[in-house]
Design a protein. Structure first.
Lengths: 112, 113
C-alpha cells in the first residue's frame, strides 16, 4: 500500500540548533515529492519539488534532499519564525491520472 | 499572479444541513483537488477535477461531491452534515503539464453543531 511517513511528529529546537526532518515513502510510479510549510489555520505553502534520487533544493535556511526511499528537510540555524508544521507529499501515477498522498507532518517549534 | 481563493472562509452549520464551498484556481491551472484536514487525520484527499471531469476520488462517503466548471472554478458539496464533518477544507490547484506541485488556498473552516 502506498504510504508516506514523517518523523519525528514534533521537534523542539533552540534558535540556531540545526536539525533534519524525515519523510519516508513507499509508492510505485513516483512522479514527484513535495515539501510544504503550514502555519496554524492556513493552507499549506509550497516549498520544494524533488523529482529524482540525488536531487537537492535549497531556500534560505531550508534544504531538501531525496533518495529512493526517503527525503530529508534540513533546517540550518533555525529562527523562531521557522516554527510551523512541515508536510511531505508524494505524487504517484495512478489509473486515470495521479494521486497525492500527504504525510501527517512534523510540528517544528523553535525557541528564541 | 493571483493565488487560489476559497469562499467562504468560515461556516457554521447544523447537523443535517448541506453546504457548498467554492474554489477559484490559479489562472491557467486546470486541475483542482479538494482535501479535508482535521487534527486527528491530517490531510485527507477528497477528489480531483480536471477539465470538468472527476479524475480521482478518495475514500469519502457519497455525501461529499464536487464539480468543476468550464473556467476551472470548482465547488464541493456536503449533504446531510454530521458533527465529524467539522474540518478545514482545502482546495489546491496545479498545472497538468508539470511541474506538478499543488498550490493551496487558505481553506474554509466548517463547524457543524
Amino acid at each position: 500500500e502506498d504510504q508516506v511517513t514523517q518523523s519525528p511528529e514534533a521537534l523542539r529546537l533552540q534558535e540556531g540548533e540545526s536539525s533534519s526532518l524525515n519523510c519516508s515513502y513507499t509508492v510505485s510510479g513516483l512522479r514527484g515529492l513535495f515539501w510544504y510549510r503550514q502555519d496554524p489555520g492556513k493552507g499549506p505553502e509550497f516549498l520544494f519539488t524533488l523529482y529524482s534520487a540525488g536531487e537537492e533544493k535549497e531556500k534560505e535556511r531550508l534544504k531538501a534532499t531525496l533518495t529512493k526511499k526517503e527525503s530529508f528537510l534540513h533546517i540550518t540555524a533555525p529562527k523562531p519564525e521557522d516554527s510551523a508544521t512541515y508536510l511531505c507529499a508524494v505524487q504517484a501515477s495512478w489509473t486515470g491520472g495521479f494521486k497525492t498522498i500527504f504525510g501527517a507532518g512534523t510540528r517544528l517549534f523553535v525557541k528564541a | 499572479k493571483a493565488g487560489v481563493t476559497q469562499t467562504p472562509r468560515y461556516l457554521i452549520k447544523t447537523r443535517g444541513q448541506q453546504v457548498t464551498l467554492s474554489c477559484s484556481p490559479i489562472s491557467g491551472h486546470r486541475s483542482v483537488s479538494w482535501y479535508q484536514q482535521t487534527p486527528g487525520q491530517g490531510l485527507q484527499f477528497l477528489f480531483e477535477y480536471f477539465s470538468e471531469t472527476q479524475r480521482n476520488k478518495g475514500n469519502f462517503p457519497g455525501r461529499f461531491s464536487g464539480r468543476q466548471f468550464s473556467n476551472s472554478r470548482s465547488e464541493m458539496n456536503v449533504s446531510t452534515l454530521e458533527l465529524g464533518d467539522s474540518a478545514l477544507y482545502l482546495c489546491a490547484s496545479s498545472s497538468d503539464r508539470g511541474p506538478y506541485e499543488q498550490y493551496f488556498g487558505p481553506g474554509t473552516r466548517l463547524t457543524v453543531t
